[in-house]
Design a protein around this ligand. Structure first.
Ligand SMILES: *[C@@H]1O[C@H](CO)[C@@H](O)[C@H](O)[C@H]1NC(C)=O
Ligand SMILES: *[C@@H]1O[C@H](CO)[C@@H](O)[C@H](O)[C@H]1NC(C)=O
Ligand SMILES: *[C@@H]1O[C@H](CO)[C@@H](O)[C@H](O)[C@H]1NC(C)=O
Ligand SMILES: *[C@@H]1O[C@H](CO)[C@@H](O)[C@H](O)[C@H]1NC(C)=O
Ligand SMILES: *[C@@H]1O[C@H](CO)[C@@H](O)[C@H](O)[C@H]1NC(C)=O
Length: 456
């Protein structure tokens, strides 16, 4: 009788799901942005990975499906059962600041590194929404994207990032029938690293094969599945260094992976995505006095970061160009500074990627996976805007702000002024828990719209 009733209830209520819990009504924090000169009243949603995942069957004291390190073995003996047994919970308005350390006001969003109290939450990742059930899709080709950022409170080892990923508009709820929570609950994250630490992938919990460290959430290594998709990192930065990077994949859009396709460890270049990307990092290309506190681009105060997605006559992406504005000045990107060895590139183009990778002795996996043409395809299909503040348990963010590989003297190894011993997550969590990044004034418009004097 009980079994039959459960079956019937499940049938009616569609409870085979990557379902949403119903303890807390989901709140999306309002965030305005500008599209072709018009103000858009958007909002942001917190990524599902940061949420409480608990037993989907009601009880006064809910059992967690995930305890911060591992999945519960009773509720999650396998992914299908776990998916049926577990629900991802909503986040209330008052929890944004008190639990997650996220505040939004007008066009401005601030993320805090560690928020301790009722729980201990490290970092955050949010996505811009078009409405309550869909992410905002950005079409960046032949457009200019601009935002302001304050990185002054981000020490070595942290990354306050703003980037686009080819997530499904609805978070995967139409492509995966068991995913009933969807974008509304921040489901569907993917990127070009094919991350294994995403808790829900392709309509299921990623609980099979999950390995967690005996510490906090963000340290988890993850499960058997990875979530791959093309990515354009507009801004990976702290107060010491910054980079922008294009990553392509040989697959279209959101693609779950297992095994070699995920490109793990020694298979880095054998997966479906280009994990290295083609990056333009000022310090790494030899401009060591361009970006930082008190330098040409002064990370001690707010910076306007402009990125142009320039197309050729056939409408294909040909160049990704960076321009800065600060204190009323427009500052062009500093060119590559390696006398004689590499041409004077000052933006990402196919030729830049070929030359810089040759000079650095890096495999050109960007080209292998389709290069600018694949990036162009990915951009033309539209991408979702993500903003995050994270540390890096794998490489202490040394790839961004220090020397990496740590003992290398080869060209390209020097990426920033931070010490090779910096960036240990445990250390920065205790020393700089109150680190923040603030993003504001997100704008999309025609090329050159940043320039009020531009003659169209
Ligand atoms: C939602 O709440 C009802 C009781 O009000 C409960 O029966 C149901 O299982 C809950 N669903 C989830 C996913 O928590
Ligand atoms: C829930 O937890 C509270 C406090 O620990 C306890 O008093 C109560 O009996 C529990 N209820 C159930 C149904 O286990
Ligand atoms: C579903 O997946 C296909 C193939 O990846 C993709 O083209 C489509 O946009 C997805 N649907 C939604 C609603 O995102
Ligand atoms: C950074 O800003 C603070 C406060 O605005 C100021 O006291 C400090 O001198 C600045 N540092 C540099 C290197 O400009
Ligand atoms: C961080 O902020 C909290 C609350 O504002 C404060 O109590 C704490 O001392 C700060 N920690 C550090 C290391 O500055």
């Amino acid at each position: 009788m009980r079994l039959a009733l459960t079956f019937l209830l499940c049938f009616l209520a569609v409870c085979h799901g990557q379902q949403a819990g119903n303890e807390t009504e989901e709140y999306h924090s309002p965030l305005t942005w500008e599209n072709d000169g018009s103000i858009v009243s958007g909002s942001v949603v917190i990524d599902a990975n940061w949420r409480w995942i608990h037993s989907a069957s009601y009880s006064e004291n809910q059992t967690s499906c995930y305890d911060g390190v591992m999945w519960d073995t009773d509720l999650c003996p396998d992914a299908d059962t776990c998916t049926e047994n577990c629900a991802v919970e909503g986040i209330a308005q008052e929890e944004w600041d008190s639990i997650y350390g996220i505040t939004a006001s007008g066009s401005q969003l601030t993320l805090t590194y560690v928020t301790a109290g009722y729980s201990y939450i490290v970092g955050a990742r949010v996505f811009l929404m078009a409405d309550d059930d869909n992410y905002q899709i950005f079409n960046l080709l032949d457009k200019e994207f601009s935002f302001d950022v304050d990185t002054s409170n981000l020490p070595c080892g942290l990354n306050g990032a703003l980037y686009f990923v080819a997530m499904d508009e609805d978070g995967g709820s139409s492509n995966y029938s068991t995913n009933t929570a969807g974008a509304k609950y921040g489901i569907g994250y993917c990127n070009a690293q094919c991350p294994h630490d995403v808790k829900f992938i392709a309509g299921k919990t990623n609980s099979e094969g999950w390995v967690g460290f005996e510490t906090f959430d963000t340290y988890a290594i993850g499960g058997n599945l990875g979530a791959c998709c093309p990515e354009i990192d507009i801004w990976d930065a702290n107060s010491m260094a910054q980079t922008y990077t294009a990553h392509v994949c040989s697959v279209d859009g959101y693609t779950p992976c297992t095994g070699i396709d995920c490109g793990d460890d020694d298979d880095r270049h054998n997966g479906v995505c280009d994990k290295d990307g083609c990056d333009f990092a000022s310090y790494r290309v030899g401009q060591t006095d361009f970006y930082g506190s008190g330098l040409t681009i002064d990370s001690n105060s707010t910076i306007t970061v402009i990125t142009q997605f320039i197309t050729d006559d056939s409408g294909e992406l040909s160049e990704i160009r960076r321009i800065y504005q600060q204190n009323g000045q427009t500052i062009q990107n500093a060119p590559v500074n390696f006398p004689g060895d590499v041409d004077e590139y000052d933006s990402i183009t196919e030729d830049y990627c070929v030359d810089i990778k040759r000079y650095f002795g890096d495999t050109n996996d960007f080209d292998e996976k389709g290069g600018m043409s694949a990036m162009s395809d990915a951009l033309s299909k539209g991408m979702v805007l993500a903003m995050s503040l994270l540390d890096d348990p794998y490489a202490n963010m040394l790839w961004l702000d220090s020397t990496y590989p740590v003992d290398s003297t080869a060209p390209g190894a020097l990426r920033g002024p931070c010490d090779t011993s910096s960036g240990d997550p445990d250390e920065i969590q205790s020393e700089f828990p109150n680190s923040t990044v603030t993003f504001s004034n997100i704008k999309l418009g025609p090329i050159q719209s940043y320039d009020i004097n531009y003659d169209y």
